[in-house]
Design a protein around this ligand. Sequence first.
Ligand SMILES: *Cc1c(COP(=O)(O)O)cnc(C)c1O
Length: 463
Amino acid sequence: MHRHDDAIEELTRAVVRYSVERMAMETPPLDAPRTPAELQDLVGPTITAAGIGGQRALEVFADVLAPACISVDHPRFLSFVPAAPTEASMLFDLVLGASSIYAGSWLEGAGAVFAENETLGWIASLAGLPEGAGGVFVSGGTAGNLSALIAARWHWRHLADGAHDRTRGLMITSSGAHSSVAQAALAMDADVMAVPADERGRLDGAALRATVSALDPSDLDRLFAVIATSGTTNAGVIDDLASTADVCAEHQVWFHVDGAYGGAGLLAPSIRDRYDGIERADSFIVDPHKWLFAPFDSCALVYRDPTIARAAHTQHAEYLEVLQGADPLDVPWNPSDYAHHLSRRARGLPLWFSVAVHGTDAYIEAVETTLTVTREAAALVREAPHLELIMEPELSIVMFRRVGWVREQYQVWSDHQLATGQSFVTPSSWNGETILRICIVNPLTSADDVQAIVDSLREEPDG
Ligand SMILES: *Cc1c(COP(=O)(O)O)cnc(C)c1O
């Protein structure tokens, strides 16, 4: 099992061949889920005392399991937030998998961590954070938000010098914030208060200031973080970061910016000014597995002052002491010290490799391409008599309604699109109304793809 014998050599070739063929597909089949009973019927038991063998296990994956997973990189996968990893990033995921690197500590993973940190430095510079900013790649935005907010709370308690060690913390965000913020509050046993968003779903400084001014002194005392979103996952709008940063500065409260989806837009000169104020963030996240063309799973978490995060997150144990170094002022950069985790894959490396291969200009161009197609998509919706655009897109999300339809009609249409392999567009809602929402992060998605979807919405669905 641990030796590279002839059978494993043969399996290696089969696995690499499968991977190359999947990557070389012009357009992968969209595919669709199956029920557990269907899969049970098709697959049968695969975990057995004797094993089913490499060829058979690969066959089961290729013929049954993989087709029961929707291809997230299909150009008409436009639900949720799709993913469109570059070929180079996927290839390097294979290399990483073959390399047995522990990337939790500098001692064990120095080379990998060095390259991840250069990549994080590039991301920090896009946001305009100062020299010295740094952090770590974690599994996703949910983990990134939680880790940043734990650091924020540690800082608040540290400044209070013990007075707040048992005080329940409070954070403020907008009603457009991602569900993971409320989940972080639950995990931390903290409270979260939502400021009413404006008509497009954005947080602005005036509304935030009004909410903060209305807090009674004991609540103001337990306020430890404000979370802005750049941009929101449903509508793709960016909070007013500069005026939010002003209020945070007035009250000396940690300013966290959640750019899990939209942070990649920092690359695009055509929209860069919408992020003004992000350079004042105490912490910031962006998911390379969303709009930065890297494979799952990956979130870049960056802190203005990483020493705060290190104080909040470093795990202490007899067997780990050796990782911290003898001189407390010269601690090696251990990625495990900057988030709620210990062991980790060097999940920033697929992004690093692809950016190193293609250069940052190619990334600027790819993000601008998706923005151009989004503008074309909005125009197609605007011109279609059976559709109504809900708002002009700010990033790469288009929300619209099909005139006259209710929830079931949207769902029947959506199910039919998936079942026939045409597109994957699920209903969402806006102010309580069922609507459609498409999110374009794949540079291979074209206006023609959107046109096909617009046309398919003309007819009333049967059923
Ligand atoms: C997707 C998203 C998250 C959660 O990220 P995961 O990687 O799915 O955990 C958090 N915030 C925003 C704004 C998002 O779009």
